[in-house]
Design a protein around this ligand. Sequence first.
Ligand SMILES: Nc1ncnc2c1ncn2[C@@H]1O[C@H](COP(=O)(O)OP(=O)(O)OP(=O)(O)O)[C@@H](O)[C@H]1O
Ligand SMILES: [Mg+2]
Length: 587
Amino acid sequence: MQQIRKIFSATKELKRYYIAIGCFTVFSALLTLLLPAVTGKVIDLFGQGEDFDISKAVFYAAVIFLADILYNIITNVNGYIGDQMGFHVRRILGNKYYEKLMILPQQYFDNEITGKVVNRLERSVGQISDFLSAFSNNFLQFIFSTIFGLVVIGFYSLPVALFLAALYPIYIFMTTRSSGLWMDYQDKINKNNDMAFGRFNEAISQIRAVKSFNQEQRELNYYQSKLAKIISLVRPQSKHWHISDFKRRLVLNVIFFAVFCFIFIQGARGALTAGDAVALILYSNQIRIPIFTISFLVDRTQRVISNSKDYFDVIEKADEERNAQAKNLHVHDGRVEFKNVTFSYDDKTQVLSDLNFTIEPGEKIALVGESGGGKTTITNLLMGFYHPDNGQILVDKQNIADINLPSLRRAVGAVFQTASLFSGTITENISYSKSSYKKKDIVAAAKAANAHQFINKFKKDYDTFIGERGLKLSGGQQQRIAIARAIFKNAPILVLDEATSSLDSKSEILVQAALDKLMENRTTIIIAHRLSTIANVDKILVIDGGRIAEQGSPKQLAKSGGIYSQLLKMQKDGADIEQLKKYDMVG
Ligand SMILES: Nc1ncnc2c1ncn2[C@@H]1O[C@H](COP(=O)(O)OP(=O)(O)OP(=O)(O)O)[C@@H](O)[C@H]1O
Ligand SMILES: [Mg+2]
């Protein structure tokens, strides 16, 4: 029930649709009451022989005809409103979900498969909109037809009305009793469904890897095995449902047996006129239909409860913004300090341990060290994707824990380890940080990133569509667009994570020159495996196992005899491959 309340409160702006549909439904329920009463009247006319008034008979037929037309109009108008409502439900719930996903912490995405997240939305929204239209169409109709029907039947015969009324509590009791098991099955079905579609999505988005390892069959098998599992659950679930439904209907059949016996006997005895008996039979029959819709409604309700659970779980998750009173960040100089920062992704393995360093305004520092040592993690924390378990990160003396995340992220321009581009044009990608821009700024950024030349070679130059995640571009081209995007953003702090790793030496020298210019007067963190890239930085931090193993200027470190000087020697001499591997460095 709580779940149903959530659905209505999430879609409360559609109240007027519910009310309109409800009103029309009441109206159409009233109209359906007309037919049995009129039929009864006409049957009683039959007995009048010579006095039979033809005009009266035509009048009754005309009443039925008009009621039919009105019913026709109302149900179509109602259907039209229902369609609109269905669409708005999709819009509202889809928006809420997307909005929520946008502000969920990175950790949520680390633990989810994209396909699952998408599949869940489709499933929940589809079921919720089905439920709401079933609710406003059938449920209201059910309530009104039942109430009106019972009242009218009561006028004809109180015992019949009481008999029929007893049916509802019995029916509802039996239905709710059987729903627990049904929902357990449905939860399992949903889990398997999510796994199947999650993997489906992953395989399709990395189809090259699947093909190159000849694993098409393995992916298909996985999908098929999950669907087979679903079928093995659907079978007992459906069996359970239909057996319960059979039992419920059996009770209904017995009660109707008693009711009809009563009406027939009363009719035979003359306690009811033929017309009244017919009207009673028709009313009782009319009431049967809404009783059957209880099964349908319960089915819908069960479905929506279990299928929207995951949706509301997501909606109710905590945002990544942890501090409601967070202030805007004001960057004056761009000093970045890490103070005793300790961090773990999973609360088990410590990735950063008691990290301390300061980047002075405008200073360029390089993070080098073993793969998996924690370099990217440091930049993840600086951008507020994750929060330190202990310690503080300060930007111009402001603790970023007290800063609202959009303002923090406005201050940091980043080139990630993977280019992370979007389908769309080159212009759209470079200008991603701003909704309005001048073409000349885009071109300037592209020139600075040494991308202008290759862009110009495309037939549609800056309007070229680059495909999903930029897949129509080469790795080096993607990287240069990503650099242009960061240059265009023009933020006071810059993070370059392996920004030039996909470039050949010639392009790298050119892009490096552009980056050097970009880095002027900006606080910059560079992560690089190629030591030549970081020869001109102010300071190098050698990260080893989440700690700073050594730090100093390239010159100081070159002489210190530590890890960096060893690496430098190895990269220069093209020496010991085994040693290089250890540090995941190449010359
Ligand atoms: N999202 C994540 N969830 C859990 N563990 C993670 C996550 N990202 C990284 N790690 C772990 O944290 C450690 C540090 O990773 P990080 O990406 O910071 O390394 P890195 O120094 O940037 O390595 P590389 O040079 O290969 O890019 C690794 O052991 C990695 O397995
Ligand atoms: Mg990294």
